[in-house]
Design a protein around this ligand. Sequence first.
Ligand SMILES: *Cc1c(COP(=O)(O)O)cnc(C)c1O
Length: 378
Amino acid sequence: MNWKIPLFDLDIGEEEKNAVLDVLSNGWLTMGRRTAEFESLFREKTGARHAYAVASGTAALHLACSTAGFKKGDEVICPGLTFVATAHAIRYTGARAVFTESRGSTDLNIDPGDIEQKISERTKGVLILHYAGFPCDMAEITTVCKRHGLVLIEDCAHSLFSSYRGEKMCGRYGLCGCFSFFSNKNMTTGEGGMIITDDDDAAESIRLMRSHGMTSLTMDRHEGRAVGYDVVTPGYNYRIDEMRAALGMAQLRKLDERLARRREVYTYYRSRLKNLPVELPFEAQLQRRDTVGIHIFPVLLPRGCKRDQVMAQLRSRGVQTSIHYPPVHFFKEFKNEATRLPVTEDLVERELTLPFYPSLTEKEIDYVVECVAGALKS
Ligand SMILES: *Cc1c(COP(=O)(O)O)cnc(C)c1O
């Protein structure tokens, strides 16, 4: 479709094109020097001790859950309001995902109180999502995890460079933080991801599992650092390649400026939507002075409003919208879980995601807001 205003917009310039072409001329395509540079810059930006680039955000989440030691018979608490990959990563290890409530219409993130409610003698960990880039309540969540001896993992697919109270980056509160560079994320490599940790043992296990559990890489042997290899753990092929790492470097260099622009777009949007009968979540995060790397723009429509019709009207005026997310516990795959999450279910019935990207102009935002106002009136 030819949208007047799409949901998101790619931001690929000459730097990215040149970076990829340079790799293609250079003769080394699989994980090598550029990947190491990409990881090093990511460590510098996040302050993490270790960072490993991987094939996707889902691969990062799987490595995190494996490193945490989740296994069959265990339960891991995660939000019902997330992308299905969060729950899949838990399932890959054989553990069961226990879906947990969002706080409510002012904060779509996981409810620390409900985390505590959902803990059983089988619970081994908590996997949280910082929805839309707005940090979860890390003071409460880390306290609950400590009190019950649970491993915390952070799905940071939305929260690249967000930090709770402007103190520490999201992804550094838990054992591991998992990032996605999928095409529509705040920075992209097409497909790709990153996993960070401050724990040396976790880092070693992630490094091995990323590449078949092998003790040396093709690059190490090519450069004479190793002759053979041993295999010390059942690993995967979750490697990234040099084209993506180069693309990622170029995107990462622009990211601070792009995130600042996202905040400006968000602030303007928020001011323009204030007088409409929609709810705007995450006031608490703004009050708390979290630094936010905002990924999407969710609004909550009034109860009883027909979202399909609102979306159809916006579509007819060239405005693309979406829903984040159909709740995981509603999918056929998870039907045996038989969970009810009344708060989450109310939120996902009303949630509407508006177009949001750094290059949106005030005029375009005004147009979207006018279309939303029109759709709500009729
Ligand atoms: C995008 C996303 C993922 C998965 O990332 P991929 O890179 O597509 O594997 C996981 N969790 C959430 C919340 C996401 O938005």
